[in-house]
Design a protein around this ligand. Structure first.
Ligand code: NAI
Length: 343
């Protein structure tokens, strides 16, 4: 069987540093992938593109269906809309899935965190519809469509079933946004009652949900929310398991999937070689498992399992980057993982 071509978008800031580290580990682990390099964000502008999301990058993902993406920055105040929002919308990557799990060797306030955030990725306030009504008055529109609410609810319950998870809690603010958040609740309730009665279902007002997460994250399993709440709760959950350096994610649609860490381009540490590549590496293992499932290729899940075992061993041996209290550089951590790959 040949290898799978996947698009690699190194991104901006720490993106190229962590992407290179991940590429090294995947190669050492004999992951059955070859990378097709494309650019987005400021890196695309630097290479002469007029847009932060060049058409050839979108076309490459449409052709190969899978991408691993580093974080991208969108220059502020130059008329560009967010590269990440645009990519998710153009490819209809409507489900963002972000697992947050405690890692042995990364001590945090809680030991048994095992949460998954499923976020609607295409509408809400991220639709970016803002109007200057009159001087000093701006209206930002939160878009909710029944079709998108139903689609993400179905996706979340299907995913919960597939992953053998027990409960979905919808984080919402339907007490204030009765129509928009209310519609997500209506749809989620119906999907639960009609199609997935065996998966437990709960509704939690988003602000109280944040408080309860901080008090005891083990009371939640899958958290389903609209776009903005999903963005916010993701960083909170990242904080529960060791931070943005250990928080992976995926953006999934019916045709394509883009795997990327939760973190951004971290301009404060870019170019110093100290960023933690683990979040992107964990996203890459999610990508390998996705390839294993969708293309029926056991080599991909074997590589993912070897990489996971190796980074677990590295962390247990105290091999950590600065964000986790260690001393290792980005490349030294990648080397520590490679040294621990099982034969
Ligand atoms: P950020 O995630 O880049 O940084 C927040 C803090 O976490 C910083 O102190 C940073 O040093 C630290 N951090 C992040 N990733 C790290 C890693 N792998 N290892 C060690 N430390 C890490 O968030 P911020 O500063 O809000 O955004 C910076 C830029 O990134 C913005 O232009 C934003 O639009 C973009 N961004 C892009 C995303 C994407 O492409 N998916 C997601 C989030 C932000």
């Amino acid at each position: 069987m040949s290898v799978h071509s996947v698009v690699l978008i190194p991104g901006d800031g720490i993106g190229p540093e962590v992407a290179e580290a991940v590429r090294k580990v995947l190669t050492a682990a004999d992951a059955p992938v070859s990378f097709v390099l494309r650019y987005a964000g400021e890196a695309a502008l630097e290479r002469g593109s007029e847009d932060v999301l060049p058409q050839e990058t979108v076309d490459a993902i449409r052709e190969h269906h899978v991408a691993l993406k580093g974080p991208c920055s969108t220059p502020v105040g130059r008329g560009f809309s967010s590269v990440n929002v645009a990519l998710r919308r153009k490819l209809n990557l409507y489900a963002a899935v972000r697992p947050f799990r405690s890692l042995a060797g990364v001590p945090t306030r809680y030991e048994n965190v095992d949460l998954i955030v499923v976020r609607e990725n295409t509408e809400g306030l991220y639709s970016g519809i803002e109007n200057l009504i009159t001087d000093g008055v701006v209206v930002s529109m939160k878009v909710a469509t029944r079709a998108a609410c139903r689609r993400i609810a179905h996706w979340a319950f299907r995913y919960a079933t597939h992953k053998k998870r027990e409960k979905i809690s919808v984080f919402h603010k339907a007490n204030i946004m009765k129509l928009s958040d209310g519609m997500l609740l209506d749809e989620a309730r119906q999907v639960h009652e009609v199609d997935y009665p065996n998966i437990a279902y709960g509704e939690v007002i988003v602000d109280a949900g944040h408080m309860r997460l901080v008090q005891d994250p083990t009371q939640f399993d899958i958290i389903l929310c609209e776009n903005l709440y999903g963005d916010l709760v993701s960083d909170l959950c990242a904080g529960l398991v060791g931070g943005l350096g250990v928080s992976p994610g995926a953006n999934i649609g019916d045709q394509d999937a883009v795997f990327e860490a939760v973190h951004g381009s971290a301009p404060d540490i870019a170019g110093q070689g100290v960023a933690n590549p683990l979040a992107l590496l964990m996203s890459a293992t999610m990508m390998l498992n996705h390839l294993a499932e969708t293309r029926h290729d056991p080599r991909a899940s074997t590589a993912a399992a070897r990489i996971k075992a190796a980074y677990d061993r590295a962390l247990n041996d105290g091999q950590k980057t600065r964000d986790l209290g260690g001393q290792l550089s980005t490349t030294a951590f990648a080397d520590a993982v490679i040294e621990r790959l099982s034969p």
